[in-house]
Design a binder for this molecule. Structure first.
Ligand code: ZN
Length: 179
């Protein structure tokens, strides 16, 4: 299952276009990754490059138009390593937290979202190695937000219907140039 390290093929890393609310790919139930091949490595590289270019703390594959279960994250905390999760599952969740949240696919909008306080997420790394993350605070919020993307769920789905209507109204009034 490992990538062949002996034959590193040079491929330019690309900042990809981030898909915005309204793009149907953001609403897809993403498929599981089955092969840790060159295409997956390229996808992970592009996700990281695009996340940093957009100054985000997390980015999921559907946000660059690829409906597979992969996301990257970096909460910019010296104590917390940036990472990649493939086929992640939230296996434990407890407590609650309420903080303002935004999304690179819905720029300009943010709202308080209630999330689990602590989560344990299990999945695979970019080479298929098992990964288990026990997270609280911002990292926990980020892992829940990005996991939602893989099921076609956006943060605006996790606020009250009234708040959602207000957010969607604001979004529809925003000029493309503001996004
Ligand atoms: Zn998002």
């Amino acid at each position: 299952m490992r990538r062949d390290a002996a034959a590193p093929e040079q491929r330019p890393v690309t900042v990809r276009k981030i898909r915005f609310l309204g793009d149907p790919v953001l609403r897809e139930m993403c498929r599981e990754v089955e092969s840790f091949d060159e295409d997956l490595q390229a996808l992970v590289d592009d996700l990281q490059e695009t996340m940093y270019a957009a100054d985000g703390i997390g980015l999921a594959a559907p946000q660059i138009g690829v409906p597979v279960r992969v996301f990257v994250y970096d909460v910019r905390d010296e104590e917390i390593e940036p990472g990649v999760l493939v086929n992640p599952r939230i296996v434990e969740a407890s407590g609650t937290q309420r903080e303002v949240e935004g999304c690179l696919s819905i720029p300009g909008l943010d709202e308080v979202v209630e999330r689990k306080g602590r989560v344990v997420v299990e999945g695979l790394g970019r080479n298929g190695e098992p990964v288990r993350i026990d997270a609280e605070g911002l990292l926990s919020r980020c892992l829940q937000h990005e996991s939602d993307h893989l099921d076609g769920v956006l943060f605006i789905d996790r606020v009250s219907p009234l708040k959602r209507r207000m957010l969607l109204k604001k979004w529809s009034k925003m000029d493309e140039s503001e996004r």
